[in-house]
Design a protein around this ligand. Structure first.
Ligand SMILES: NC(=O)c1ccc[n+]([C@@H]2O[C@H](COP(=O)([O-])OP(=O)(O)OC[C@H]3O[C@@H](n4cnc5c(N)ncnc54)[C@H](OP(=O)(O)O)[C@@H]3O)[C@@H](O)[C@H]2O)c1
Length: 266
């Protein structure tokens, strides 16, 4: 059955590969990126490779919460239903380390933006009888330091990235509890996949990018994942696995959600 699918950060890497796979099958795919030229190029490429002319596209910089709100408005103006939201956009290395609100850039792009965007798009997802949210986590997950996230304590880029991915995983589990009528899954698509992110961060890769796109495709479409809402799929081991212990710690989750709602005033 044709699905309405929004993939953030689909101008490159595994997000773009996923968009091509889903477009080939005739789904209504909406891509997203932060740069209009790159979005246009990606859309042309996806249309050519999939022979699917229906691809839609949106532009918005996820490091800016006002831009995220505008992006949600733009989507709501053009789209009446979303069946699947893939919160894929992410950043490891970043030109500027902090966003306008003083928060670490990785925390903002990798966690705060998908949190806010999803919150804003829930009315569209409520229109679906089979809604799924796939959140791009990582094998790198570490305990949150709010001092570090707010730039008041020095921490390595690796640690800040891992904190942003644990935050995303904690919220994924929380959201699954809140929205029992939806499927919410956090996924590590595979470590050091051959994409811009891994090559910029480590100058090497362990696996082809297709490994990540294949698991995203499966999580997006396959019926078998429906019973795994509120879980973490680890594509290094190829199965559902335990996330960091804080993802099961209700006090830590409550603290994160309160901190987040306070930051974005919802
Ligand atoms: N590659 C890995 O080994 C690996 C491992 C674990 C998890 N992941 C996760 O998988 C996801 C996809 O990563 P990837 O490896 O495919 O990375 P990638 O090739 O660098 O692609 C990242 C995508 O996110 C977009 N993006 C980055 N910052 C943005 C911003 N401020 N606003 C809007 N869009 C933004 C990028 O846009 P531009 O094209 O404009 O840069 C690009 O489309 C990420 O969440 C990443 O953390 C990757």
């Amino acid at each position: 059955m044709k699905k309405y699918i929004l993939i953030t950060g689909s101008t490159d890497g595994i997000g773009k590969l996923l968009a091509i796979k889903l477009a080939i099958e005739g789904h209504q795919v909406y891509i997203h990126g932060r740069n209009q030229d790159k979005v246009t190029k990606a859309m042309d490429e996806i249309k050519a490779k999939s022979r699917n002319e229906t691809i839609g596209a949106f532009v918005g910089d996820l490091s800016d919460m006002n831009a995220v709100r505008q992006l949600a408005q733009d989507i709501k103006a053009k789209v009446s239903q979303i069946d699947i939201l893939v919160n894929n956009a992410g950043v490891f290395m970043s030109g500027s380390q902090q966003s306008a609100n003083g928060c670490d850039m990785r925390f903002v792009v990798n966690y705060l933006a998908p949190y806010l965007l999803t919150h804003e798009l829930l009315p569209l997802m409520n229109q679906s009888r089979d809604a799924r949210i796939i959140n791009l986590s990582s094998a790198a997950q570490s305990e949150l330091s709010y001092e570090a996230i707010m730039g008041r304590q020095h921490t390595s880029v690796n640690a800040l990235y891992a904190q942003s991915k644990l935050a995303l995983t904690m919220w994924s589990f929380y959201l699954a509890q809140q929205k029992k009528d939806m499927i919410v899954i956090a996924v590590n698509p595979g470590s050091l996949l051959n994409t811009k992110m891994a090559n910029e961060a480590y100058g090497q890769y362990w696996s082809p990018a297709e490994k990540g796109a294949d698991i995203l495709y499966d999580l997006t479409i396959a019926e078998k994942h429906k019973k795994h809402s509120g879980e973490y799929f680890d594509n290094d081991s190829g199965r559902y696995a335990r996330a960091h212990s804080d993802a099961y710690n209700n006090d830590a989750i409550r603290k994160l959600i309160d901190f987040t709602n306070n930051l974005i005033s919802i």
